[in-house]
Design a protein around this ligand. Structure first.
Ligand SMILES: NC(=O)c1ccc[n+]([C@@H]2O[C@H](COP(=O)([O-])OP(=O)(O)OC[C@H]3O[C@@H](n4cnc5c(N)ncnc54)[C@H](O)[C@@H]3O)[C@@H](O)[C@H]2O)c1
Length: 253
């Protein structure tokens, strides 16, 4: 896991940084010495995270941006580089989670899911690659156990997570001979605002929800954040094209 000096003089852009895993990742990276560019649609949550980062003695830039407007992605990377003069890590943590009976999912819900969970990470990565090649940096994408198992009422979400997992591996192949690393972390259920989305589903079949209920309990957000932050550091130099499952065994069988 990252030590207090692993990200000294380095810069990380973290999406989804206003809450949950994104906030925890930002704090892990701040403890490791990074300067942070914090991106989220939730401006108030971002300010709270920025205050926590600064309390740890690290620098924080705040970018309140809606990633469903994917034209904002390249300017967000440029703003991080402009603020600090470099970029060493991009952590794509933000996602939307809209459990639906698939026949009832609206075009807007589908488009937002695809934009935030799949198109935005691609566009952020595309803009970050030249900077990360300069610094021998890393991309860490947060996917999900949903990438590895069919999950009822989550057809669109799980497709984006499987897509992001495979995007990570394909990028790792494309950049095999260049100084940049691409990895993913696939958490199981964590106690965050996102997970509460399932409780709002109308008229679910309990036997199907039971198939995605954790058998060994929820995963600790901090455990996942430590892995995301670790993969962003040079100490993770042996990881390239990996997807690390941290899911309390839910994808075991
Ligand atoms: N919580 C779980 O059970 C669980 C399980 C597996 C994977 N994940 C993944 O973990 C990651 C973090 O999720 P979390 O559990 O911390 O949830 P969360 O809801 O606490 O955090 C998600 C963040 O993304 C931000 N976001 C959403 N839409 C956005 C947009 N359009 N533009 C910018 N920011 C936007 C939210 O404001 C929020 O701060 C996600 O990629 C999620 O898919 C979560």
């Amino acid at each position: 896991m990252p030590t207090p000096s692993d990200m000294h003089d380095k810069v990380a852009l973290v999406t989804g940084a206003a809450a949950g895993l994104g906030r925890a990742t930002a704090l892990e990276l701040a403890r490791a010495g990074a300067s942070l560019s914090l991106l989220d649609i939730n401006a108030q949550g971002l300010e709270e995270t920025a205050a926590m980062v600064r309390e740890l003695g690290a620098r924080a830039q705040v970018q309140a941006i809606d990633l469903s407007e994917t034209a904002q992605c390249a300017p967000a990377v440029a703003a991080a580089v402009e603020a600090y003069g470099r970029l060493d890590a991009l952590c794509n943590v933000a996602a939307v989670f809209i459990p639906r009976h698939s026949a009832a999912m609206t075009d807007d819900e589908l488009d937002t899911t695809l934009a935030v969970n799949l198109a935005a990470p691609f566009k952020l990565i595309r803009a970050a690659i030249p900077h990360l090649l300069e610094t021998h940096g890393a991309v860490v994408n947060v996917t999900s156990c949903a990438a590895f198992m069919g999950q009822a009422y989550l057809a669109a979400y799980s497709a984006t997570k499987a897509g992001l997992t495979h995007m990570t591996k394909s990028l790792a192949m494309e950049y095999m001979h260049q100084p940049i690393r691409f990895n993913a972390v696939a958490p199981g259920g964590m106690m965050t605002a996102l997970a509460m989305g399932l409780t709002k589903l109308e008229d679910p079949d309990p036997s199907l929800l039971g198939r995605i209920a954790p058998l060994r309990g929820l995963v600790e957000v901090e455990d996942v954040a430590q892995m995301v932050a670790f993969l962003a550091t040079d100490a993770a130099r042996g990881y390239h094209g990996a997807c690390i499952n941290i899911d309390n065994g839910i994808t075991a069988g």
